[in-house]
Design a protein around this ligand. Structure first.
Ligand code: CO
Length: 251
């Protein structure tokens, strides 16, 4: 069942997401060659707490950190480490979320560390644009899988692999609520979209094939072919008109 948030709940979702955007913007400024992925996690957790948030990823099914930091061929759920140093030319995906007054927010950005190759830059640009192609259909009158199909249609033009093992999700009083939101083409139409639904839409796109593997830490998801992968996510609200991107006030 996909929950419809009340006006009061929507206000709390907006506030949770507004605070998460502040965290993400500060983290984006912080990324540079020479820092460790643990530095990002520590700073991110501090920022979340400054925003009076609770890190929702910490201890989620045993996940040991507040920010998922995934480098290059790591797709998502990279575990921060003091010994993993970012180098010029890397890309790094930061997935962060918080709970504010009981309401979850969730968003991810992929950043270039210094200068990256044009091929890698295109992967990041397409992954971000995939989100925007998807949310063209995030409105009443459409169905959930119109979003999935729009993302697939756009990304497939570039020959990239769309990750299939992980999907977007509803969000609210829980980090993961119904519905699941695949980023690849669906045969069914999915549920009807209704004002008051809050959704985390999060394309995860591989430069090569879509296949992924899990590392021995049981968390880190990597592209099986070892090529780079990008992730871009926002929490959005379905309205009677344009969707509201709750974790993004400016593009
Ligand atoms: Co998510």
């Amino acid at each position: 069942m996909v929950s419809i948030k009340s006006p009061r709940e929507i206000e709390l979702m907006r506030e949770s997401c507004r605070r998460l955007e502040i965290v993400h913007n500060a983290l984006g400024e912080f990324v540079k060659p020479g820092i460790s992925t643990m530095d990002i996690n520590k700073y991110g957790e501090q920022l979340i707490r400054e925003q009076e948030g609770i890190p929702n990823f910490l201890d989620y099914n045993g996940y040991p950190a507040s920010i998922c930091v995934s480098v290059n061929e790591e797709v998502v759920h990279g575990i921060p480490s003091k010994t993993r140093i970012l180098h010029e030319g890397d890309i790094v995906s930061l997935d962060a979320g918080l709970i504010y007054k009981g309401y979850h927010s969730d968003a991810a950005r992929t950043y270039a560390v210094g200068k990256v190759s044009p091929e890698v830059q295109q992967l990041m640009d397409v992954t971000k644009q995939a989100f925007f192609e998807g949310i063209k259909y995030a409105r009443e009158g459409y169905h959930l899988h119109d979003i999935s199909n729009a993302i697939d249609d756009y990304v497939s033009r570039f020959g990239y692999g769309i990750v299939r093992d992980l999907v977007g999700h509803g969000i609210g009083t829980h980090l993961h609520e119904d519905p699941q939101i695949p980023n690849f083409r669906q045969k069914s139409r999915g549920v009807k979209l209704k004002a008051g639904m809050t959704l985390a839409i999060e394309p995860m796109i591989n430069m090569g094939r879509w296949d992924v593997e899990w590392l021995d830490d049981d968390w880190t998801v990597v592209a099986a072919d070892g090529l780079p992968s990008a992730h871009y996510e926002n929490t959005i609200l379905i309205t009677e008109g344009e969707p509201e991107i709750l974790t993004l006030s400016t593009n």
